[in-house]
Design a protein around this ligand. Sequence first.
Ligand code: SF4
Ligand code: SF4
Length: 161
Amino acid sequence: MKIAFKDTQTCGECSLCCKVMAISDGDFQKPKDHWCQHAKKKGGCGIYDTRPSVCRDFECLWLEGKFGGPSLRPDKIHGFVTSTTDGKNLVVHEDPGYPGDARRALQPILDKWLMQSQRNYVIVVCGTKRSFLGHPDTFAALTGTVDELSGMSNVKVVRTR
Ligand code: SF4
Ligand code: SF4
């Protein structure tokens, strides 16, 4: 949504967050997993100069240079990563048209990241499905107050360490 961030990493033809993320900003409403009416086919925003502030502020972690190089650009792996609201954990947002693609592509990086702490976790969001990656004790200790886990009954623990 930023279109350009650093010299090293730019959105380029990617605009996947303009599909996958829900947007609610005043009168501007866009449901999750539906293309924004302003998204351009080859990346970019049709209302770039007046786009909502949430769009201006959004940066996936790939754009910040924290999740690999050009081959892992979100539109190529059909997903992107953000931090949880507390900034300590990760959320993989998958394009529901390509379930599992992003997780598979990012697995080596996620594995390495999870090894750093027993308490870190990753939530993979794909459409209405949630998957939890991390230690099961961490999952058991989480509460429904964590935004990214809303709909806890829909979370499946798919991998343990
Ligand atoms: S998903 Fe990331 S790289 Fe793609 S348009 Fe959004 S911020 Fe840019
Ligand atoms: S307004 Fe522009 S930046 Fe925001 S979601 Fe739509 S296309 Fe993307």
